[in-house]
Design a protein around this ligand. Structure first.
Ligand code: SER
Length: 315
């Protein structure tokens, strides 16, 4: 990776992946793009407005900057996707297909996040294997599975270097996620500091995989830098870090904010999605094939999140 293009850079992952990659590969070697102007992303490196659904414009940015690696971060998340499945399919698959096609024409590598949402109710719930039944019941998950297969196809058929990670819910403190089922695990920290109270839209006892952003960023770079000869899989790797329920996370916060309370106003759409996803993935293949190892757990993450969000909220 010498010259990197990020599409969809203004979202939860992109807003932190851009500075992270710039710190490693040099500010001018990471071109951030998004469908709209994004505050901050152009401060210390190139930023352009780019609609990822326009293949001509994407190809022109790639050619102009001599790009060798594309990070496609464009996606409508799981819960919002259920409100407009046709649009979710159009945006999520359109951006991926354009990224793959431009990569084919300009000889680039491609990274696209997949998700725990690629699994469904018929997948094994506990220690969900790398290679198993994948019959998701959300349009988001259907896009992820299709995207995994399509990316592998581009590798088999055209020799394009495609790689991907099935991310757990990502917890971070820079840009809020939006429209995801795992969003509660970010919002809870803000509300704990603002109001010492949080109303959770996900049932109290549902386990989902989660990961803290610094681990997610490191995973992306480690996978993209991995020796291709060691990769038996490509699209996409299970990774695991921590798995908890809303009750467990609330108890962790209560250790630091003893009068924090939580009640529930369960959203039936999020409930159905959360119940259809695994409790915890088996990440053996990622560990074996490219040395994945998480560094954060629920306790260290909660310390760090409360400190960072308090600073942000001037608390
Ligand atoms: N965080 C995503 C969501 O909840 C899952 O990948 O939709």
């Amino acid at each position: 990776m010498k010259k990197i293009l990020i599409v969809g850079a203004g979202g939860q992952i992109g807003s932190e992946l851009v500075p992270y990659l710039r710190s490693i590969y040099g500010s001018n070697n990471v071109v951030a793009t998004d469908v709209r102007e994004c505050k901050g992303l152009g401060d210390d490196g190139p930023f352009e407005v780019l609609d990822a659904l326009n293949p001509t414009n994407m190809a022109s940015v790639v050619a102009r900057h001599n790009i060798d690696t594309i990070f496609n971060l464009v996606a409508l998340l799981s819960a919002v996707g259920e409100k407009n499945p046709q649009m979710a399919w159009g945006v999520n698959m359109g951006a991926l297909l354009n990224s793959l096609e431009v990569a084919r024409q300009h000889h680039c590598a491609v990274f696209t996040p997949s998700s725990i949402g690629a699994f469904g109710p018929t997948s094994p719930k506990d220690m969900t294997p790398q290679d198993t039944i994948m019959q998701p019941t959300t349009v988001y998950g259907i896009c992820k599975v299709t995207g995994e297969l399509l990316s592998n196809y581009y590798t088999l058929k055209y020799g394009i270097d495609t790689r991907s990670i099935r991310f757990p819910g990502i917890i971070s403190n820079k840009t809020l996620p939006g429209g995801g089922t795992t969003d509660y695990a970010v919002e809870i920290y803000y509300e704990a500091l603002r109001k010492k109270h949080y109303t959770c839209a996900v049932p109290h006892d549902v386990y989902m995989d989660m990961i803290y952003m610094p681990d997610a960023l490191r995973a992306v770079v480690e996978l993209m830098e991995a020796d291709p000869a060691k990769l038996k899989h490509r699209n996409s790797f299970n990774i695991a870090s921590m798995s908890f329920t809303p009750d467990i996370l609330a108890a962790e916060i209560r250790k630091r904010i003893p009068d924090f309370t939580m009640d529930f106003n369960v959203d039936p759409v999020k409930e159905a999605i959360a119940n259809s996803w695994p409790n915890m993935l088996d990440d053996t293949c990622a560990r074996e094939e490219w040395g994945w190892k998480p560094q954060w757990d629920i306790s260290s993450m909660t310390d760090d999140m409360l400190t960072a969000v308090a600073k942000k909220l001037n608390k």
